[in-house]
Design a protein around this ligand. Structure first.
Ligand code: HEC
Length: 186
């Protein structure tokens, strides 16, 4: 077989393999670059539901994406939540960022890369450890409800790293979220 013919035969064979095995050549979710993969996971897993303050939009309440993932706004002075009842134990603020229940009152964290008030000074290992252990940065106090870390920690390390890479890529917003408040006296 002459060289050009051989080359043609090889490239034709490659085209057939590519066409029949196309599904395995197309990039799968986990093959995306980490930031894109992280964006996909953060969007699909509802982090904006709690970590982006809600406001009244044209179609009703919705996350205010100008404050994307910046947590409970420090500028909002909330009155103390009313005492819950056994039937209705949990209350949530209009922004969906402050939650009161039997654990006290928790405020959603700033997940933007701001170094002082967000995740900017965290390492990927601290981020993964926080979600694996349910402790602040993997070593501090217990992370309170309704943060769904028992669900999020079902992601493998590569996906958690991708979530962290995406969070470090979004606009930094300076917003110092308050510390949680203890449960109200009974
Ligand atoms: C149902 C509401 C809710 C959802 C959904 C949610 N979070 Fe949270 N998250 C919280 C609350 C509330 C806190 C603060 C808890 C506290 O202060 O103990 C928190 C805290 C955190 C913290 C800080 C942990 C620490 O070590 O201090 C991280 C990181 C975090 N969330 C990441 C995420 C990511 C990533 C997602 C989406 C995959 C997500 N959260 C989805 C409510 C939520």
């Amino acid at each position: 077989m002459k060289m050009p013919v051989l080359l043609f035969a090889c490239s034709a064979l490659a085209a057939v393999i590519a066409a029949t095995a196309g599904y395995s050549l197309a990039p799968r979710g986990s093959d995306r670059n980490p930031v894109e993969r992280g964006r996909y996971l953060v969007t699909a897993m509802g982090c904006n539901d709690c970590h982006t303050p809600w406001h009244m939009g044209p179609n009703g309440p919705a996350p205010d994406m100008t404050r994307m993932l910046s947590g409970h706004p420090a500028t909002i002075a909330l009155p103390a939540a009313a005492k819950g009842t056994p039937e209705w134990p949990v209350q949530v603020s209009a922004t969906n960022t402050a939650w009161s229940g039997p654990w006290g009152t928790s405020f959603t964290a700033n997940l933007t890369p701001d170094p002082e008030t967000g995740l900017g000074s965290w390492t990927a290992d601290e981020f993964i450890a926080a979600l694996r252990t349910g402790r602040h940065q993997g070593r501090g106090r217990q992370i309170l409800p309704p943060m769904p870390y028992p669900m999020i920690n079902k992601l493998d390390d590569a996906d958690l790293k991708a979530v962290f890479a995406y969070l470090l890529s979004i606009p930094a917003i300076r917003n110092k979220v308050p510390e949680p408040l203890p449960p109200q006296a009974q």
